[in-house]
Design a protein around this ligand. Structure first.
Ligand code: DGY
Length: 425
């Protein structure tokens, strides 16, 4: 890419970020996602920092201003009313001062805050803002292990597929059959009015998503009960890897600020998590797999969730194998990294998290691969990501076989990741 093209991409990415900016938070895209989403915001802040550091900090601070008293950071904050999204605040009914959902999302804030701090030009402001966020992020991490790892195994479970961010992954199919659909209140989906229904989760999956929301609502959103009461308890290696990476980044930040006790407890959680991840390694598949905590069995589904642990400090031999698995998948796809193994008959190149490429996942995997010394595969992912933008614009996700743009358009975190990739290119 020449420097003229590079500048054009930067301008276009900043334009997308600014048009979705609501002042103190950013919506993922107009129409489909009109509120603040947790991991979207944290990754968006990395993009914003390229042109406005102060605004980037605000993005994460607004999210944490809506942290629950028990430490949970919700997956959606419903700052303003918008009837274009389902399920809105009237379905969740969590009773928070500013309405929020009642479940969480991948804990990428610790990673994002450390990165913002390290790169900051205004170090004084960055130190002040990072320091104020430190105990809040730590409280969220502690919440995870207290509520989602009741036996102290070192790995946390998700209790709703939306928590993973990978809503309709093939990883959930089997466990999801345990979630009933009877008693689901009538509803009208809004997502399929904004995006092609063939690229979105199915009606059956939506019924089960909503059943779980109603079930948890019936428990008064009491997080001490949700885990055990959920028929869906999955230990997702990708989700855990993000939490582990954030714990380790938080430990480093805490050390910078002389917070030794916080640093030590955070480091200990990260180390325990890395050791516990071994239980999810599949030698025949050369990647990690999800664990179904209800059955106690590994889930036979090779998805991106099993490659994402490279984002955490896994052993070198594991990172090496993951890089080879990505190379193998790349033989079947024109663009990497597909969200599911293209050799699996259940792979679907167009349907959300059942095959398409997502730039945020590419970013985290590439970052982890660089850390593990697998720079050639990381570079391939970066180039593939930029090619997708060049060909198909700032889409929500992309068909790994054709590069076709899918889902919502003019997508915030895609634009943020382009700014990040261009810096690495
Ligand atoms: C949705 O509505 O599609 C979201 O992914 C749920 O968070």
């Amino acid at each position: 890419m020449n420097s003229l093209q590079k500048h054009d991409f930067i301008d276009r990415a900043v334009e997308v970020l600014k048009e979705n900016d609501q002042g103190g938070y950013t919506i993922p895209t107009k129409g489909l996602y009109p509120y603040q989403w947790n991991w979207d915001s944290c990754l968006t802040a990395l993009g914003q920092a390229h042109y406005d550091e102060a605004r980037a900090w605000t993005e994460i601070e607004t999210l944490f201003a809506n942290q629950w008293p028990d430490g949970m950071v919700p997956h959606i904050v419903f700052h303003v009313r918008n009837d274009g999204y389902f399920p809105g605040p009237d379905v969740w009914r969590t009773g928070r001062p500013v309405a929020t959902s009642g479940i969480t999302q991948p804990a990428v804030a610790g990673f994002a805050v450390r990165r913002l701090f390290e790169r900051a030009n205004d170090k004084v402001a960055a130190a002040r803002r990072a320091r104020a966020l430190l105990p809040k992020i730590d409280a969220w991490h502690r919440w995870f292990y207290a509520n989602r790892d009741p036996k102290g195994e070192g790995l946390v479970a998700i209790v709703h597929p939306w928590e993973s961010g990978r809503d309709n992954s093939i990883d959930w199919d089997e466990a999801f059959q345990r979630v009933p659909t009877h008693g689901v209140e009538p509803y009208v989906r809004r997502d399929t009015q904004h995006a092609d229904p063939a690229h979105r989760p199915t009606k059956e999956q939506y019924d089960r998503y909503i059943w779980l929301v109603q079930h948890f609502r019936g428990l008064g959103w009491d997080n001490s009960k949700l885990h055990d009461a959920s028929p869906f308890q999955i230990v997702d290696p990708g989700f855990n890897a993000i939490l582990i990476r954030s714990s380790s980044d938080l430990a480093d930040l805490a050390l910078d600020f002389g917070e030794h006790a916080l640093a030590a407890s955070s480091r200990a959680r990260a180390e325990k998590g890395i050791a516990a991840l071994e239980r999810l390694w599949s030698e025949p598949d050369q990647q990690y797999l999800c664990l179904d905590r209800v059955t106690g069995k590994l889930v036979d589904s090779c998805s991106i969730g099993g490659l994402m642990p490279v984002f955490a400090a896994i052993p070198g031999a594991r990172a090496y194998s993951i890089a080879r698995t990505i190379e193998k998948w790349a033989e079947k796809a024109s663009y990497v990294v597909p969200s599911h193994d293209p050799d699996d008959p259940r792979f679907d190149a167009k349907r959300y998290w059942r095959g398409p490429v997502w730039l945020v996942v590419n970013y985290m995997i590439a970052d982890g691969l660089v850390g593990a010394g697998e720079t050639a595969v990381a570079d391939r992912i970066t180039q593939s990501s930029l090619k997708l933008i060049e060909q198909s614009g700032f889409a929500e996700y992309y068909d790994p076989l054709t590069g076709e743009p899918l889902g919502g358009g003019r997508f915030t975190w895609t634009a943020a990741m382009v700014l990040e990739f261009l810096q690495a290119a």
